[in-house]
Design a binder for this molecule. Structure first.
Ligand code: BES
Ligand code: MN
Ligand code: MN
Length: 458
């Protein structure tokens, strides 16, 4: 490994310069006007996979955005096979005026690289590319068999990935899936994430009268859809933070006593957490700590709301329509389809008869838990020790990567989540960035990981 470590250290700056090219492509998967950029980005990944020495590199078209694939399977039958998964698509950049520098002009400030996709997930995908390059360039071989699958629809719910996996089980067959698309617990705290939440995203459309009305002439006599929507939203939780949808908690996998003890040992500073957010008090489900609430317990949140007059000044209108986007983060064992149904039933039960309501499901996905007693996890612990000079912690995260559950069910493979982002790097927000020291230590860790994985008997 010495020559590989040396190569990674020598090429530290070069790798950062190369990452910029990837970050310059505005591969926003949800915007139809960026369709060509998304395609260009898939071609960039294809080119890069070839350049680092992968074989069978191919773009697979889907009804949506393309999937990029490549592999290197010459490590031998006695070595295990890993599937590296990540995404090259990114979130929209709005509100763009809040960015210090343009989101697709990567800029380095104070040891961070700023750009949309830097942390989520291009920077982390690049860590794997450079680790493969470091091995193949120096040793002409990889310690394990590697498959590389990078998709372009993660940020819009991976609608076409499940059928791709279903139809390509042999191609994707592996012992472990390795994903870098989560965060470290903190700077200098390398982390292995073993739990992700699921998701059920809903839209609620409330309609009152057939047209906007004069709120003086008719207000007080005709119900207002915004008021009705506020009523619906206010009934979703009690003041102890418990969700009131009937049956919502039925399938929740409870946190184990052991987990709860482990959570208390994590180096979490609650006052720093509040300061960083500029909030005076936190709010969540009573009986659970902040870390339990934001990763191991389900939630319900409004993500957007509209209705009535939004312009400057006042307008005395009684609007015809109002709506909201509401999402629920689920924990493993909760089924998104079942929760969507319970949500719909609950909303129709509490909606006043004076308005009409329509509830639609947007997208969803299941949560996931990775068992910690496996050689793949032991190897990850060793690799992070070597990359960071520190023993990693085990975390659960509140975000969702629905395909992780699909890998388990369709490929029968556990996913090892080795993330190198930080919780405050503004994924999905303005000024997204990635710490460059973690980028470097990530490349070292993943290179060591390949080596540690080669010690596992196939
Ligand atoms: N990388 C994130 C997932 C993530 C976020 C993991 C935070 C751990 C912590 C991923 O790109 C993402 O944003 N996923 C979406 C889900 C998807 C269905 C739109 C999410 O969590 O909102
Ligand atoms: Mn991501
Ligand atoms: Mn994301």
């Amino acid at each position: 490994m010495d020559n590989i470590v040396k190569y990674i250290n020598q090429n530290k700056e070069k790798f950062i310069d190369e990452l910029k090219v990837f970050l310059e492509i505005p591969s926003i998967s949800t915007n139809p006007e960026n369709k060509n950029d998304v395609v260009a980005c898939s071609k960039y990944v294809e080119k890069e996979l070839k350049a680092i020495g992968l074989e069978n590199v191919k773009i697979y078209e889907t009804p949506g955005h393309p999937i990029a694939y490549g592999d290197w399977l010459n490590a031998g039958k006695d070595k295990i096979t890993i599937l590296i998964y990540g995404h090259y698509d990114v979130q929209p950049v709005d509100p763009v005026e809040l960015w210090t520098d343009p989101p697709f002009s990567p800029t380095i400030r104070k040891g961070n690289i700023y750009a949309r996709g830097s942390a989520d997930d291009k920077g982390q995908v690049f860590i794997h590319m450079k680790s493969i390059q470091a091995h193949l360039h120096n040793n002409k071989t990889l310690p394990v068999n590697i498959k590389f699958l990078i998709e372009g629809e993660e940020e819009i719910g991976s609608a076409n990935l499940e059928s791709f996996i279903e139809n390509n089980k042999e191609l994707l067959k592996c012992d472990y899936v390795v994903v870098s698309d989560t965060a470290m617990f903190d700077y200098d705290v390398p982390s292995i994430c073993y739990g992700l939440r699921g998701l059920a995203s809903m839209q609620v459309d409330v309609t009152g009268p057939n047209r906007d009305l004069h709120s003086g002439s008719l207000g007080g006599a005709v119900d207002n859809p915004i008021n009705a929507l506020a009523h619906i939203i206010s009934k979703r939780k009690d003041d102890k933070g418990k969700i009131l949808i009937d049956g919502f908690y039925d399938d929740v996998l409870p946190l184990t006593d052991k987990e709860r003890v482990e959570f208390t040992k994590l180096p979490f500073d609650e006052s720093k957490y509040m300061k960083g957010l500029e909030v005076e008090e936190l709010f969540g489900e009573q009986g659970y700590s902040t870390l339990e609430r934001d990763s191991g317990r389900p939630t319900l949140d409004c993500n957007g709301i509209w209705g009535g007059f939004q312009g400057e000044g006042a307008k005395t209108v009684l609007p015809s329509k109002a709506g909201a986007k509401i999402s629920m983060r689920l924990v493993p064992n909760q089924e998104p389809e079942k929760i969507e149904k319970l949500f719909k039933e609950f909303v129709s039960k509490i909606t006043p008869k004076s308005v009409k309501v329509k509830v639609s499901s947007l997208h969803g996905g299941k949560g996931a838990i990775t068992p910690l007693d496996s050689p793949g996890i032991d190897a990850a612990v060793e690799a992070l020790k070597q990359g960071f000079g520190k023993k990693p912690v085990f975390t659960r995260e509140g975000g969702s990567i629905p395909v992780v559950n699909t890998f388990r069910t369709l490929l029968n493979a556990p996913t090892i989540l080795l993330g190198f982002g930080l919780p405050d790097e503004n994924a999905h927000s303005p000024d997204e960035h990635l710490n460059l020291n973690n980028f470097h230590r990530g490349i070292l860790s993943i290179s060591h990981y390949f080596n540690e994985l080669s010690k596992i008997k196939n």
